[in-house]
Design a protein around this ligand. Structure first.
Ligand code: KIV
Ligand code: ZN
Length: 505
């Protein structure tokens, strides 16, 4: 059996179904090109019958992308299948992904029909699609909860009707890994014509087991995995591309499997999805979370500095992350302090380090973490540190037509600026940019209510990027635009001007 795992990315279909994550066609093309560069084999571009926008996006993605096969989703309905075939006409390689419910739950309570009628409809849909295109994937929806013997009959039926790939989705994220693996093994061993098709695994993360279930499915004979960037998708999400691709790579000897994914594109692609879909990644998310390669306890920091692999199973550079972070907190030891001083380009003797360390601990005790600016000040370096204070903020907002006027004292001098924007935060950030003059990219912006109720504080978390270095900022206030301004300035004042550092070396 060939051990290549086909990577089927559904970020633009199952991922894009998430409320608030909708993209326009231009943005979808940007994502599709990034996925192509990353090496995905199949790109599910949308559900063409669902809206003119989706129909158009499948056409435009088909024109823009050359390498991956472009896939379009349908129900087992003639109009869906015909419209999908029409949308795929510009694809160099196209695939129709059709299907129907396979569990008794769906057959009885959703489709209100019988198993026999479902088999007939499934066969009809696979055949009709195959008459229009030479590559047809059939999904047996809710296969995770389907009766095994019936599922095997369904798989056999759709392969006989022309399906080239059969998807066994754990639609509700219900299965345990050994159960899902056994399901795939059963199909591999009991469907007589299984050699005529590839089995595909498509897992949801409702119990946090999507990655484990996907790997279990592949170990038992499935050769395609359906994934999304950052694991975005319905409810708790889909299996994430980054976790599965890295699990396969990290356990290559044990699993004997491989993909075509260029893993160095993982982090930049994750950032792209976060930015375009405005869906932040949880900090402790495997591979792409901001803490995935950050070490904060003294014992771990010391271990990583001595030998990275003591506490890291993946070299961050491998997945496109610049470097591991040794976060300075009150739990950091001398090794971490020295490491960060050297990272900024300075050297300290053991005696200097011993003298500095208690001062560092005092500072770390008084604040959550010690950033580069704090460290440079601790070292007595003359840096361009900017002390800012918001003096006034006036915002007028009329349905996306907004104006903001801000007054900030910068190192004691009052400066004012005003700007238009597509929202109150945008207008305020543009006004701040005029005053601060730093060219940074806003990577992530998140507002959370601290508790609940209309009088509560909004907590704003932002992430900006300058010269490939990420800086975080926080702000909290009952006025969320004011909180946003505080957060932005917090991040901006952490940007260490390299010129200032270099001149001190
Ligand atoms: O989860 C699921 O069952 C699906 C199908 C439409 C493939 O997304
Ligand atoms: Zn799904």
């Amino acid at each position: 059996m060939d051990n290549k795992i086909y990577v089927f990315d559904t970020t633009l279909r199952d991922g894009e179904q998430v409320p608030g994550c909708q993209l326009n066609t231009i943005e979808k093309i940007e994502v599709a090109l990034a996925l192509e560069e990353m090496g995905v084999d199949v790109l599910e571009a949308g559900f063409p019958v669902s809206s003119p926008g989706d129909f158009n996006s499948v056409i435009e993605i088909s024109k823009a992308v050359k390498e991956p096969r472009i896939c379009a989703l349908t129900r087992a309905v003639q109009k869906d299948i015909d419209v999908a075939a029409e949308a795929l006409k510009y694809a160099r390689l196209g695939r129709i992904h059709t299907g129907i419910g396979s569990s008794d739950m769906h057959i009885e309570y959703k489709l209100k029909t019988t198993r026999e009628k479902i088999l007939e409809k499934a066969a009809w849909a696979a055949k009709h699609a195959r008459n229009l295109i030479d590559d047809v994937e059939f999904y047996c929806e809710d296969a995770g909860r389907a009766d095994l013997e019936f599922l095997a009959r369904m798989v056999e039926t759709v392969i006989a009707a022309g399906a080239t790939v059969v998807n066994i989705p754990d639609t509700t994220g219900y299965c345990l890994p050994d159960e899902y693996g056994a399901k795939i093994a059963y199909l591999m061993n009991n469907v007589p014509n299984i050699d005529k098709a590839i089995l595909s695994v498509h897992c949801h993360n409702d119990l946090g087991m999507a990655t484990a279930n996907t790997i279990a499915g592949l170990r038992n004979g499935a050769r395609q995995m359906e994934v999304t960037i950052n694991g975005i998708g319905e409810r708790a999400g889909n299996t994430s591309l980054e976790e599965t691709a890295m699990a396969i790579k990290s356990h290559q000897e044990n699993l004997g499997l491989h993909t075509n994914i260029d893993v160095s594109k993982i982090f930049p692609t994750s950032r792209l999805i976060t930015r375009l879909m405005r869906m932040p990644v949880q900090p402790n998310k495997a591979i792409v979370g901001r803490n995935a390669f950050a070490h904060s306890s003294g014992i771990h920091q010391d271990g990583v500095i001595k030998h990275r692999e003591n506490y890291e199973i993946i070299d961050p550079k491998e997945v496109g992350v610049k470097e591991s972070a040794i976060i300075l907190t009150a739990r950091s030891g001398r090794a971490a302090l020295k490491y960060n001083i050297e990272r900024l380009g300075f050297e300290v003797s053991q005696q200097e380090l011993d003298e500095l360390y208690p001062k560092f601990l005092d500072l770390a005790d008084s604040q959550k973490d010690v950033n580069d600016v704090d460290l440079l000040k601790l070292l007595g370096k003359d840096i361009d540190q900017t002390i800012v204070q918001i003096e006034s903020l006036e915002v007028h907002s009329k349905m996306g037509d907004c104006h903001s006027k801000i007054g900030i004292t910068v190192n004691g001098m009052l400066k004012t600026a005003e700007s238009e924007g597509n929202g109150p935060v945008d207008a305020t950030y543009q006004a701040i940019n005029q005053i601060m003059g730093k060219k940074v990219k806003l990577e992530e912006y998140l507002v959370q209510a601290v508790t609940s109720g209309i009088n509560d504080n909004g907590k704003v978390h932002i992430q900006i990027c300058k010269d490939d270095v990420y800086y975080y900022g926080f702000g909290q206030h009952t006025d969320i635009v004011y909180a946003s301004a505080i957060a932005y300035l917090d991040a901006l004042t952490k940007v260490v001007e390299l010129k200032a550092v270099e001149s001190n070396v």
